[in-house]
Design a binder for this molecule. Structure first.
Ligand code: SAH
Length: 340
């Protein structure tokens, strides 16, 4: 991989939060000593899998706990909205902005509405409660399978599908994006909306997306990245790493990577038509809106009832804004195609 990769695939301890009561600390309690220290077991395998298991568990618990609140306040799409830069947005616009995000991603990837070419089999990797899955299944009349680490999300996604009369079109299961429970070459649209940031091994993540893609399939990744490094840099600055560490702690994220890193990975997998864009300006109104919604009486009381992981997530929201304002955090789309 290119010179940027060390920031993309560092061992998790590189971004280890320094705070005392972090999820890292909680996680360490449940992880065997060699993994905690980042030391290698004789094979190196046991420690890596123990770390990955701790992260998976944290992600599952975080979404088990917080998804109900998110749905009550924001609806079934658990991702940023897409806005016209610098245009004012009212609260009523946000749901439309989330749908627009899906549509913008499809059109960036130049997906065809032509009945002959439109996707028929879709996988939604990191599906939340299935907002994208149901939308895409309806839009294209396609079959869609969603995977999430959170059992609560999978159940809720199934219930919503039944309620919307889509039970024969969409299905959901608890499964790891890094070991997808699907044979090779199954799907003609591979969709990952804001789940890539949770993946501890970006190369394996993209590799799995490519594996389950059918020849000619489109792969769409919309994800949080850090800024691209300058040619003179080999890593982010310490203050930048520190800020990201705090966000990682609250949102159960491993090390971040840049959009350029994703492009390099896609190239190394011989994927074609690789395109990327920085949509940070288009998502700028989102976090201020989420913070405003948390500060309403309903939002605030629901938050207090939801649990510590959700509250900690809410407390970190201003840091997301700080990251965007400092041009450290980038909201990126990366699309590509599996060769025919
Ligand atoms: N794409 C959804 C949800 C985004 S929230 C939406 O836009 O509404 C992030 C999602 O990624 C959660 O559902 C979480 O369970 C999932 N996720 C994170 N890591 C994962 C992994 N390793 N395997 C499968 N899903 C994962």
């Amino acid at each position: 991989m290119g010179t940027l990769l060390p920031t993309c695939e560092p061992s998790l301890p590189q971004l280890r939060p320094r705070g005392r009561s972090s999820w890292w600390t909680e996680w360490r309690r449940g992880v065997p000593a060699p993994a905690r220290a980042g030391a290698q077991s004789p094979s190196g395998v046991a420690s890596a899998s123990a770390s990955a298991e701790g992260l998976r568990k944290g992600i599952a618990e975080f979404y088990d706990e917080s998804s109900g609140l998110w749905e009550r306040v924001w609806g079934d799409h658990m991702h940023h909205g897409f806005y016209d830069p610098h245009a004012p947005a009212s609260l009523a616009d946000h749901r439309a902005a989330q749908i627009r995000m899906v549509e913008e991603a499809l059109s960036f990837a130049a997906l065809s509405d032509d009945p002959q070419k439109k996707p028929k089999r879709i996988v939604d990797v990191g599906c939340g409660i299935g907002g994208s899955s149901r939308y895409l299944a309806k839009k294209y009349g396609a079959q869609c399978k969603g995977i999430t680490l959170s059992p609560v999300q999978a159940q809720r996604a199934e219930a919503l599908a039944i309620a919307e009369g889509l039970a024969d079109k969409v299905s959901f299961q608890v499964a790891d994006a890094l070991e997808q429970p699907f044979p090779d070459g199954q799907f003609d649209l591979v969709w990952s909306m804001e789940s890539g940031e949770h993946m501890p091994d970006k190369r394996k993540f993209v590799g799995e997306l490519a594996r389950v893609a059918a020849p000619g399939a489109t792969i769409i990744i919309v994800t949080w990245c850090h800024r691209d490094l300058l040619p003179s840099e080999s890593s982010l600055r310490p203050d930048e790493i520190n800020l990201l560490n705090k966000i990682c702690t609250a949102y159960y994220l491993p090390a971040w990577c840049s959009a350029a890193d994703y492009v390099n990975i896609a190239k190394s997998l011989s994927l074609e038509d690789i395109r990327t864009a920085d949509w940070s300006e288009n998502v700028a109104p989102f976090w201020p809106a989420v913070i405003r919604s948390a500060l309403t009486w309903r939002g605030f009381t629901s938050l207090l009832r939801s649990g510590w992981k959700t509250i900690r997530g809410a407390l970190v929201m201003p840091l997301m804004m700080e990251g965007y304002n400092k041009k450290l955090i980038k909201f990126a789309i990366i699309t590509c195609r599996k060769p025919e």
